[in-house]
Design a protein. Sequence first.
Length: 357
Amino acid sequence: MKNVADLIEVTQVAQSRISEVDFNHLIFGAVYTDHMFVMDYKDGVWQTPKIIPYQAFSYEPSAKVFHYGQAIFEGMKAYKFIETGDVYLFRPEKNIRRMNLSAERLAMPQIPEDIFLSALKKLVDLDSSWVPEGFGKALYIRPVFIATENQISAAPSTDYRFMIILSPADKYYSGDVKVKIETRYSRACNGGIGYAKAAGNYAAQFMPTNKALEEGYQQIIWTDSCNHKYLEEAGTMNMFFRLGDNLVTAPTGDRILNGVTRDSIITLAKDHGINVEVRPIEVKEVVEGAKSGHLKEIFGTGTAATVLPIVGLGYEGEYYALPRLDNAYANVLKEMLMNIQYGIAPDPYGWMVPVKK
């Protein structure tokens, strides 16, 4: 029986562009590797999977992705182990399953998981020289899935393209990050697509986030769409709140993305004696905690950001600075996670998947 990886046709570039890249000054998402993966869905069947030179594509104005927003994506990373230089993926099966969950919600076909994982390994291995070396650097992986049928009737597309592109990356955020609790605009609602990584979720948050930027905040913490009473997630991160010695995060559901980094941090925190509560979090509880000092810290988690400490939050025109703690959970948990990701510490969870066997 033919190996799944052998089904992938590979066309390599004649000349690599890697010599043009300054790996000491990477802008997130601005530089792409030599190759990409593509696989089309047509006539109810997945077509031949291919790795080809990174390139632009041409679509007709009638392509359904432009009209009805059938577009989803994922965010993943590959890491180069500090001591050995071997390249590993971080929990890829979680992202693969989440992408198919997003596809289901947007009436898109399921991506074969075995081909998805084989494509990831083969593509990253081919461009492994692009994986930056050093603690904090990684190869950002962006799978994206779009509707390509040339037909503007309001119905799911019959044709699709699945792609994976790669980008060497450094830190997503630089400098202090402040967040604003949003009480007018909403990111998602019950029964909606908030749990999916749909492109439209991110487009809808740009305007409110721009307003927050004008006020000196780098991110929004969204609240529930019904009463703006409960805290949910930020634009690019799941959120954690340290109230006293307890670490609290909102439960996932229709409105909140089930983050892979979020899940990993919960596991690490519990296994290292930190009490974790997964429950609804009232805005009032956090604001009063900021006033009284019971709120010790806030941090966000996500693939791009990893673990990001928040220095303060804004609510209804007031700003609340947070203490800078020597024993901050954010710093402790981030170090634990990154030590696993870079091969510095043992991986008891089996999270790191080698690109080469």
